[in-house]
Write a protein that binds this ligand. Structure first.
Ligand code: PLP
Length: 371
């Protein structure tokens, strides 16, 4: 049995006609920049996220970049974040000229450890940027308390966590701004790049809208330095078809996760820990094993797709050499980078496929071979 990490064709097969129809509508209308599809998606994602406003962006990366720009963060400023994330989180901090300050993660959730944040705050700290990794939200109460105490905004990197909850509150609705990605591998993925910011703050909403169109209002009068961060209406059309399925797809991922959890009980495979405060959308299902590379090879041989999210923490990336600060030890992030392995978790997997993957993992762990 061949099981890829993600099978987008399986999902597309279930919505093909609607997607073609929606794309055709945009092409027939020839409204190819902004317009009604973008507005409809913004309204629906804002509602889904319990936020007043949403602003479509060209990618999750640009959603983060526009958020930092909207908050006037730049040279000489510091932004506290996690080193165990996709590059874009820290990359955007650097791109606006600010310094990423890396704080270690919690060993169980892989998310930033709130107990380490306070010690990282300095007079230069202009934002905290927690990342809701793999679909589970960070422990937001202590993060918001520290931010509130110091009067600094929180930007939620919710690229992997659309519609996840923490104590019943939606991803993106707790900080000043929440950022989503519609990269095709996300729970809500487009047919290309896309992203969105959500906020409850009318002033920030206005700034985000300006930021995505070169900071201009009216047209050709540029109040701020912005960019072309606009979401494409063709992407919005595809996303509008997919949006009504999001909850069911995320529930199917949770069902798959619980099947794996059961299969791995008592085997020494460390399964994802989900806090009782959280409902995860399981964008990824990352297990931990000490001999990760050997396991990955065995799974490749068994034709099971896997991925390492993420093999090199941000403080060890070449491009950040001399351009970051670490606040305390980052040993948990480094250990996680050595041990994590994401297994197929996509909604269309059958129980038989899950059992095949679980069996292959258990065999490899019980009879380890060199990597
Ligand atoms: C945690 C995180 N932040 C930011 C991004 C950037 O999103 P995009 O790929 O849409 O630019 C991603 C997605 O890839 C992500 O996983």
């Amino acid at each position: 049995m061949k099981i890829p990490l993600l099978d987008l064709k399986a999902q597309y097969a279930t919505i093909r006609e609607e997607v073609m129809q929606a794309i055709s509508e945009v092409l027939e209308s020839q409204v190819c920049i902004l317009g009604p599809k973008i507005e409809e998606l913004e309204e629906k994602v804002a509602a889904l996220s319990d936020c007043k406003f949403a602003v479509g962006m060209s990618s999750g990366t640009d959603a983060l970049l526009a958020s930092l720009m909207a908050l006037n963060i730049g040279a000489g400023d510091e932004v506290i974040t996690t080193p165990f994330t996709f590059f874009a989180t820290a990359g955007c901090i650097s791109r606006v000229g600010a310094l990423p300050i890396f704080v270690d993660i919690d060993a169980q959730t892989f998310n930033i450890n709130p107990a380490r944040i306070e010690a990282a705050v300095t007079p230069k700290t202009k934002a905290i940027l927690p990342v809701h990794l793999f679909g589970q939200m960070c422990d937001m109460d202590p993060i918001m308390e520290i931010a509130g105490h110091h009067g600094i905004p929180v930007i939620e990197d919710a690229a992997q966590a659309i519609s996840a909850t923490y104590k019943g509150r939606k991803a993106g609705s707790i900080g000043a701004i929440g950022c989503f990605s519609f990269f095709p591998s996300k729970n809500l993925g487009g047919a290309g790049d896309g992203g969105m910011c959500v906020t409850n703050d009318p002033a920030l909403h206005e700034r985000l809208v300006l930021m995505r169109s070169h900071g201009s209002k009216p047209k050709y009068y540029h109040r701020f330095l912005g960019g072309n961060f606009r979401l494409d209406p063709l992407q919005a059309a595809v996303l509008l078809v997919k949006l009504p399925h999001l909850d069911a797809w995320s529930a199917a991922r949770r069902r798959n996760a619980s099947l794996y959890d059961r299969a791995f009980a008592g085997t020494g495979v460390v399964t994802p820990y989900i806090s009782p405060d959280c409902v995860s959308i399981f964008n990824q299902y990352s297990i931990r094993v000490p001999n990760r590379d050997a396991l990955r090879k065995a799974l490749t041989d068994a034709e099971v797709g896997t991925e390492i999210y993420y093999p090199v923490p941000m403080h060890q990336q070449e491009c950040f050499a001399g351009k970051h600060r670490i606040a305390g030890s980052l040993s948990e992030s480094e250990k996680a980078a050595d041990e994590v392995l994401a297994l197929p978790i996509y909604p269309e997997l059958s129980e038989e496929q899950i059992h095949y993957v679980a069996h292959a993992v258990k065999e490899a762990v019980a009879h380890p071979q060199p990597a």
